[in-house]
Design a protein around this ligand. Structure first.
Ligand SMILES: Nc1ncnc2c1ncn2[C@@H]1O[C@H](COP(=O)(O)OP(=O)(O)O)[C@@H](O)[C@H]1O
Ligand SMILES: [Mg+2]
Length: 458
């Protein structure tokens, strides 16, 4: 849960080196396009401010990414004297908080005279997934029914099946794609503030490319124009050439982590010949090597986790247009987490995850073998063996060298099979003498002290 009052969100981004934050709207009049959405939200909020409860206690603000949903909430809140409490509905701890918060009326406002109340913001509700989140949606509905505070939910896709049940409890308000001329204006304003001479043609190319997503347009602008005096059509046309150069992953990571501008960070990984799933693992593995200062570390992981959220959304929705965010967050988002620490030489490491993956893949293959062997004796399915027999077999093998020996012989297991069963853990085994089906007599023999000398380690 994050609690932001209007000013805290305004002051931090202002110093931000990321332009989308630096130039985020602070008051309602700075929100571009979407005047309809702005006035609807403001009208609804004024009912709360007047001490009444509107018919719908929650708003579902939906629309494409980068059209200003989140910034709209913060801008209107700060202008109207509200504090924003951002809740992550898929987080159980936050759900507890949610329950506590709905009980507390806006009386909190009287503690800090300038704060009229709290807006509960549940951002990107359609990003919830899995069982946890089904609970999340019903918790949200319960909350909406009882709340004494205004609640705003945002979503990219109003019709996402997970959130359809929310419709009847919310006032739906849409944000729309920002039209090209508005995007061009916004970009040229930023150029002027950054001391860059805007070239309308170039800005138009960026704007066209953004498809009404102002966030991606501003990010592209920062990538092309930061640190320059002017931006030309050539710069922008160079867009596609960026991916041409292929370089080593270690070199790329170094460049990325050492980058001091958005553009450098983004370029350094875009030219790598490695896919985003892998790359995210590389970055994850190496963030703690690069950053030792706790606040930078947490900032960097925060950016990476956002990249991961986008990646999850892409996989569910197949909306590959969001991929640029993944790249931006895991490169610039991570690199610009650096505030005070010095750049230094770091030895990067190969991701554990990938090592682990090949190890588990090998183990899964080996386990299948084991199941076949056991199955040929027990006449049971692989599935049953995997879930019901193996845990027992493993426990027995780990605890009795004699029984281990007998099982190994009975099931005809080799070293690899044993490794697969125990997960590589070394066990003691009293070897069986003959590779034949043991009967009870023979079994007894195996437990003679004489044979215990043959204890082996696998
Ligand atoms: N309508 C808008 N007016 C002004 N700035 C916007 C608008 N939409 C997006 N932006 C810019 O893009 C950034 C991301 O917008 P955001 O509110 O996070 O979009 P969403 O929540 O719809 O994905 C903002 O910080 C701001 O810089
Ligand atoms: Mg948002």
């Amino acid at each position: 849960m994050k609690v932001m009052n209007g000013s805290s969100r305004i002051t931090t981004p202002d110093n931000s080196s990321i332009w989308v934050d630096k130039y985020a709207p602070r008051i309602a009049s700075e929100i571009l396009g979407n005047s309809d959405a702005v006035s609807k939200v403001m009208n609804w909020l004024s009912i709360w401010t007047g001490g009444r409860i509107p018919e719908k206690r929650a708003i579902l603000l939906f629309g494409p990414t980068g059209t200003g949903k989140t910034s709209l909430v913060y801008a209107i809140a700060s202008e109207s004297g509200y504090e924003v409490v951002e809740i992550n509905a898929s987080d159980k701890r936050d759900r507890e908080t949610l329950r506590r918060l709905i009980g507390s009326s806006s009386s909190l406002g009287s503690l800090f005279s300038e704060i009229k109340g709290r807006i509960l913001l549940i951002d990107e509700v359609d990003g919830l997934s899995g069982d946890e989140d089904r609970g999340g949606v019903s918790a949200i509905i319960e909350t909406i029914k009882e709340t004494r505070n205004p609640i705003i939910l945002t979503a990219n896709d109003k019709w996402d099946s997970k959130i359809r049940s929310l419709h009847s409890h919310c006032l739906s308000i849409e944000t729309r794609r920002i039209i090209v001329s508005t995007v061009v204006n916004a970009l040229s304003k930023i150029c002027r503030k950054e001391g860059i001479r805007p070239n309308v043609e170039a800005l138009k190319i960026i704007a066209d490319h953004s498809n009404g997503d102002l966030r991606s347009a501003i990010n592209d602008l920062q990538a092309f124009a930061e640190g320059k005096r002017e931006i030309s059509v050539d710069d922008v046309n160079g867009l596609s050439a960026r991916r041409d150069r292929v370089k080593g992953i270690f070199e790329g990571l170094r460049e990325m982590f050492q980058a001091d501008t958005f553009r450098k960070a983004l370029y350094s990984i875009e030219s790598l010949d490695i896919d985003h799933d892998m790359l995210i693992q590389w970055v994850y593995e190496n963030i703690p090597r690069e950053f030792t200062n706790p606040s930078e570390l947490s900032q960097a992981f925060d950016a990476l986790s956002r990249a991961d959220i986008f990646l999850g959304r892409i996989k569910r929705s197949q909306d590959w247009g969001l991929l640029s965010y993944v790249y931006e967050l895991m490169s610039a988002g991570v690199a610009l987490a650096r505030t005070t620490s010095q750049r230094r030489f770091v030895s990067y490491s190969f991701p554990n995850y990938i090592r682990g993956l090949s190890a588990t893949r090998a183990r899964r293959g080996a386990l299948r073998e084991v199941c076949l062997k056991i199955g040929s004796r027990t006449h049971t399915s692989t599935r049953e063996i995997l879930h019901e027999y193996l845990p027992t077999v493993r426990t027995i093998m780990e605890n009795s060298a004699n029984m281990a020996g007998r099982m190994i012989k009975w099931f005809d297991l080799n070293e690899e099979d044993i490794d697969a069963i125990t997960g590589g853990k070394k066990i003691k085994v009293v070897k069986e003498k003959k590779a034949k089906t043991p009967d009870k007599k023979k079994t007894k023999n195996k437990e003679k002290p004489k044979q215990a000398k043959q204890t082996l380690l696998f």
